[in-house]
Design a protein around this ligand. Structure first.
Ligand SMILES: [Zn+2]
Length: 302
């Protein structure tokens, strides 16, 4: 007697052998489950049949529930470990068809990273939460149905889940675009640096723990330039703090830039300076020039 039938595509040998193994637990209760295969179109249906055992109504319900549990656990693994990546890939190519293959692959890997990061960006969508949600949906479905086609189930019964995956892809695309724009911006700045004639031999950029900066000349004197007055700014002000520093440096056109910073908050800024002034940047992680400023004994203006 057939208790359950599951329609799968692709490789199912592993799935079948795991299911068969799970069913062995029923042998000690006097039941042997035989799994058969039927092909219909591109689907293979694995049918679970009671081959041996006394079949009362009570037994039937119990065996059916056990099979439902075994199958649900295996199906949720198939969805999360195999189908999820394919779903993301399809969402990228359907919703963002203007990206080429290489770009799609970058976006896909961004999306996979966002999913595995579990940084709270997508609340209640961690691996464990996705697993619980999908597992409940599968169990609910198998309580009321004897047959399940996995593709159809994912397409029609997991709309919320697929909607969330689409949000993850949107975020991954945003990240990709920001990265592209940042790189283009750096390219333009590099061009400015290249065409600009060197004005001074060296400048020192000192970035404190709050990400504030000051620019000094080779003698350690703060560079007071009419355009630089406005550049001693705090983060969060309307014009990007980073843009201001880079503009100031491009105006000064130094032969080389020495960057002094200690805190992690200075890393992004230091990396940008390094990209723009490629081959002309030296990093200091503590010297006399920056010591007072970095330890807060310096008011930044003398
Ligand atoms: Zn220093």
């Amino acid at each position: 007697m057939k208790i359950l039938s599951l329609g799968l595509t692709g490789a199912f040998d592993e799935f079948r052998s795991k299911l068969q193994q799970d069913c062995c637990a029923l042998v000690q209760e006097g039941f042997r489950i035989a799994i058969d295969e039927t092909n219909r179109g591109s689907y293979t249906f694995l049918g679970c049949n009671i081959a041996e055992g006394e079949l009362s109504f009570r037994n039937y319900e119990r065996i059916k529930n056990s099979l439902k549990d075994y199958a649900s656990q295996l199906l949720v693994d198939v969805i999360l470990n195999n189908e999820e990546k394919e779903l993301l890939r399809k969402i990228v190519s359907n919703n963002y068809h203007f990206f080429n293959e290489e770009e799609c692959n970058i976006i896909l890997s961004n999306a996979l990273k966002l999913l595995s990061d579990n940084s709270g960006l997508f609340g209640d969508f961690s691996y464990q939460e996705r697993r619980t949600y999908i597992l409940n949906r599968i169990q609910e479905y198998l309580t009321n149905h004897h047959e399940m086609v996995l593709d159809g189930f994912v397409a029609f019964r997991l709309k919320d889940y697929r909607g969330k995956l689409a949000e993850v892809v949107d975020k991954a695309v945003d990240e990709y675009m920001m990265d592209v724009e940042y790189k283009e911006f750096i390219q333009i700045l590099r061009y400015f640096v290249e065409i600009q004639e060197v004005q001074v031999e060296e400048v020192h950029v000192i970035i404190d723990s709050e990400g504030q900066f000051i620019i000094r000349d080779s003698a350690g004197k703060v560079i007071n330039h009419q355009y630089l007055e406005a550049f001693i700014m705090k983060k969060g002000e309307e014009i990007s703090f980073e843009d201001m520093l880079i503009s100031a440096l491009i105006t000064l056109a130094p032969h080389y830039v020495m960057v002094h910073y200690r805190a992690a908050s200075g890393e992004q800024l230091a990396a940008t300076i390094k990209s723009v002034f490629e081959g002309r940047v030296i990093f200091c992680h503590g010297c006399e020039l920056c010591q007072d400023y970095l330890t807060g004994q310096f008011d930044g203006r003398n």
